[in-house]
Design a protein around this ligand. Structure first.
Ligand code: SF4
Ligand code: SF4
Length: 437
C-alpha cells in the first residue's frame, strides 16, 4: 500500500498514527506559554516559541508545509523541556506533539543534517549502556588522577579532539579514583519496615555518579525501606527516543517492565528526572498491546523526593551549614509536576539556608543530548542559568537530574566559582549520617 504524504513528501501515515489531531486544536493561540519557553526567551523568534512550533507542526500535518530546512531548524531547536505545558491554561500536551515530530525529523533528515557517525555511536551505542560508559571512563579516571586532563587543556591538546568528544570531555565530573562496587541486590531497612521499593540506577547517571545511587539507597533505608536493586535493568530509553530512535527505545522499555514487576513493590524509585519522566510516559509511547502492563508499571514509578514526602520522611539530625539554591530540572517540574517535594526535603536539613533561584524553571541547556546536537543554544542557556546562580550567592546548587548537574558544573568550572553542584539526595544522605551497624 502506498504511503500517504502531505504533498511535501512527509509520511503522514506514521504521524497520524502517533498524534491525536485534537491535541493541535487544544491550542487557542493565546501566547501565554511564550514567556516560559527558553528558546523564545533567548532569541524572540515566534517560530521558536511553543505557539509558533504548534503552528508549524499543524501546518505539516495539514499539508501546508513540508520539512523545509527552516521548519526543521525551528523544531530541532526545541528542548522538549515542556515548560510550555506548565504555562498553558488550555492543557496543551506539547510533549505528545513534538516527540513524534522529533522521530519523524530524525527519520527523514537529509544527509547533511543527520548527526555524525560519531554522534550516533555515542548516543545509541555508548550512553544507554552503563557498563560501556564505565569502561570508557577508565582512561579519563587515570588522566584525572595524574592531573593530565587539566594539562592537556592548558597546552591546547584537547583542541585536537573532534568537537563532540571535546564537549563531552569538558563536561566530565571529577571521578572517584576507583570505580564504585555495584550495590547489593537487596538492602535492609533501618528500623521497622515501612515499604519495599525497587531502585532504578540509570545508565550515564550510574556510570558517572554511582555515589548518588548509593546515597539514594541509604536514604531509603534510613526511611524504613527495603531496597531491591533488580539485576538486568537497562536504560529507560529516553536517550534513544529523544534522538529519534523509536524501536530501540521500545525494546528498552519492555525490558525494564519485565525487570521491575510492579506487583512486587510499593514503588519503583527513580532519582534522575529525565528517566522518571520517560518511565511515566511508557503507557503513552509504547504500542497499544503494551498499554495495560505499562499503565500498571507507571502507577508505581515515583521520583525519590515525591516518594519520601508521601511516605513521611524521617527528620535528619546532622547539621549542614550551607547556603543552597535549587534548580528545577525540566523533566521533574514540567514533566512530572514535582516542585515542592525536593524543597521540602532540603528544608528539613538542619543548618541549610535555601535561597530562591530566579528563572529556576528555565532549562539550563542540558536537555538530554541537546548539548551535543544544539551546542550554540545549549551554551546560551547554560550562561543564562549561571548568571542567575551567581546572583544568589549560594555555595551549593542542587538539582535532581544528572544532565543538569553536568551542565551547571561545567559552567561553574568555566567561571572559576567555588560552588558545589550535586543532587539533593546527596545532601540529605549526609544529613542522615552513616547507617547504623
Ligand atoms: S499557552 Fe497553550 S493555548 Fe496558549 S498558545 Fe501556548 S500552547 Fe497554545
Ligand atoms: S518544550 Fe520547551 S523549548 Fe520546546 S516549545 Fe515548549 S517551552 Fe519551548
Amino acid at each position: 500500500m502506498a504511503t500517504a504524504t502531505n504533498g511535501h513528501g512527509v509520511d503522514l501515515d506514521w504521524l497520524s498514527e502517533k498524534i491525536d489531531y485534537r491535541r493541535f486544536q487544544d491550542c487557542i493561540h493565546c501566547g501565554l506559554c511564550t514567556a516560559s519557553c527558553p528558546t523564545y526567551v533567548e532569541n524572540g523568534d515566534e517560530n521558536d516559541s511553543p505557539r509558533g512550533r504548534i503552528y508549524l507542526m499543524r501546518g505539516v500535518v495539514d499539508g501546508r508545509l513540508g520539512f523545509s530546512d527552516a521548519v526543521r531548524e525551528h523544531l530541532n531547536l526545541c528542548l522538549d523541556c515542556r515548560a510550555c505545558e506548565s504555562a498553558c491554561p488550555s492543557g496543551v500536551q506539547y510533549g505528545k506533539l513534538i516527540e513524534p515530530f522529533k522521530v519523524a525529523l530524525q527519520n527523514s533528515a537529509p544527509a547533511g543534517q543527520r548527526p555524525s557517525l560519531l554522534q550516533r555511536l555515542i548516543l545509541t551505542q555508548l550512553f544507554p549502556y552503563a557498563n560501556r560508559v564505565k569502561l570508557s571512563l577508565q582512561p579519563a579516571r587515570l588522566f584525572q588522577k595524574w592531573g593530565l586532563l587539566d594539562w592537556f587543556e592548558k597546552v591546547g591538546l584537547t583542541k585536537l579532539l573532534p568537537p563532540t568528544v571535546r564537549r563531552l570531555q569538558s563536561m566530565l565530573p571529577t571521578l572517584a579514583p576507583k570505580a564504585a562496587a555495584p550495590l547489593p541486590e537487596v538492602l535492609p531497612p533501618v528500623g521497622p519496615k515501612r515499604a519495599r521499593v525497587a531502585l532504578f540506577l540509570g545508565c550515564v547517571a550510574d556510570a558517572m555518579f554511582p555515589e548518588t545511587n548509593a546515597a539514594t539507597a541509604r536514604v531509603l533505608q534510613h526511611n524504613g525501606c527495603e531496597v531491591v536493586v533488580p539485576e538486568g535493568q537497562v536504560c529507560c530509553g529516553a536517550i534513544h527516543y529523544h534522538s529519534g530512535y523509536e524501536k530501540p527505545a521500545i525494546d528498552l522499555a519492555r525490558a525494564n517492565m519485565a525487570m521491575f514487576n510492579p506487583d512486587d513493590y510499593d514503588a519503583i524509585i527513580v532519582n534522575a528526572a529525565g528517566c522518571g519522566a520517560m518511565f511515566k510516559d511508557y503507557a503513552h509511547f509504547l504500542p497499544d498491546e503494551d498499554h495495560v502492563a505499562a499503565t500498571k508499571f507507571v502507577s508505581k514509578v515515583k521520583d525519590i523526593s515525591e516518594f519520601l514526602v508521601t511516605l513521611g520522611p524521617i527528620r535528619p539530625t546532622h547539621e549542614i551549614a550551607q547556603k543552597v539554591t535549587y534548580h528545577d530540572a525540566c523533566h521533574l517540574c514540567h514533566g512530572q509536576q514535582v516542585r515542592s517535594q525536593p524543597r521540602q526535603l532540603l528544608g528539613m536539613i538542619p543548618g541549610i539556608e535555601l535561597v530562591p533561584l530566579e528563572e529556576s524553571e528555565i532549562c539550563c541547556g542540558a536537555a538530554g543530548t541537546y548539548n551535543l546536537t544544539q551546542p550554540e543554544m545549549s551554551e546560551r542557556l547554560g550562561r543564562r542559568k549561571m548568571d542567575r546562580i551567581d546572583d544568589t550567592g549560594a555555595e551549593s546548587v542542587v538539582t535532581g537530574n544528572v544532565g543538569c548537574i553536568l551542565q551547571i558544573a561545567r559552567k561553574v568550572k568555566e567561571r572559576g566559582r567555588d560552588i558545589t553542584v550535586e543532587h539533593p539526595i546527596d545532601l540529605l544522605d549526609r544529613a542522615y549520617g552513616d547507617l547504623p551497624t
